[in-house]
Design a protein around this ligand. Sequence first.
Ligand code: ADP
Length: 411
Amino acid sequence: MDAQTVVELSGMTKRYGGVTAVRDLSFSVRRGEFFSILGPSGCGKSTTLRTIAGFESVSEGSIELNGTNITDTPAHQRETGMVFQGYALFPHKTVGENVGFGLKMDGVPQSERENRVTDMLATVNLDGFEQRMPSELSGGQQQRVALARALVIEPSVLLLDEPLAALDLQLRQDMRLELQRIQDRLDITTIYVTHDQEEALSMSDRILVLDSGKSQQIDTPRQLYNNPNNQFVADFIGEANVLQTRFKSADKNVIQLEPEFSSMETVSVMENGFEGSAFSQGEQVYLNIRPEDIDIHPLHESPGDGLTAEITNKTFIGKTTQFVAAVGDGQEILAEASGLAAQQSIDTGDMVSLTWSRDDCTVIGGHAWVLSNHAGGQRIHMNSLVSQSKHGSSDGHHTFHSYNSSLGSSG
Ligand code: ADP
């Protein structure tokens, strides 16, 4: 464990009777890092956090804090501060007594205690609230008190379990910024549990994506979004189109796919340094494209490149317009256009051509997401989805064979 590592989980498994809540989980969190654990309800986020806090024992594996094995250390002897979704303030104690509770337990003298409580209340923007009762505070204010209570003991790591979930949208967004400001200012190592991808993407240095108790990917928000390891991550982080297709062949830097979603016979994809061994011929793979990366052109205006599709739905959602487009085999593609041109010129029932640029799609192995260890795995980054050949075959099918230009117009 290097000096910058504050928390390290190694092969942590947690079982409740016959239920395995977390399976063989390993990750480390660096000093000052804002690290989020993201996943759907029931995936094991809280359980993971609670084992770090010491509220749950682990079934297998170990947990280290600042280089010390704390796997069997009682919760109150761990240097962790935890904030829960429901605040868990003492209702009959004042704000000051709530915040100072941990210090009192630690035997910190009263005058020092009062100073530290006052300072911490100022940090969370609750100056002068010492004598208030929790019932006299709004939800957001109660959450700040809970945060101050966790921070005042100067923990090695701050553990936050969906701390904003009980707040309404506006307050949640304000508190997000507030939390980031405090975390940044105190430079405190933070582990943040949430099921809200927007929250995780906007606040975190790195994110661990969990599904069914298993790690799916640990990466920066940008990497998770642009280079998901597997289908689960691609679906869970942002919106992704997932088109089922088959791997045909690979030669040097070019991958050939046999799309079942269009009349085209082959799609070629360029990849730097592709080894050609990741997939076998005929294997089912998935082509991923984000809605915002797709360009829509009326078919009659398109130069002939791209996927032909019919618009089945058009929804104006403020900044952008979402289009649902059905391709050859009935699979639907979601495309999002921010420009006025597409919003005004394309309607439900129109035939369109969908294009995207060379950097914007990925191919993921069909079964990659079922495996427990995805490191490396079957992920392939694609740099180019190539343009359609102008020389269609006699039955009207087209062949993709060039990879010098992208399918999209912008490549
Ligand atoms: P999350 O925080 O991601 O919503 P949890 O960590 O709370 O998920 O739960 C993970 C799994 O472990 C779930 O299937 C849940 O039902 C189970 N679980 C959690 N706590 C207990 C418990 N005390 N006893 C039995 N099963 C539990």
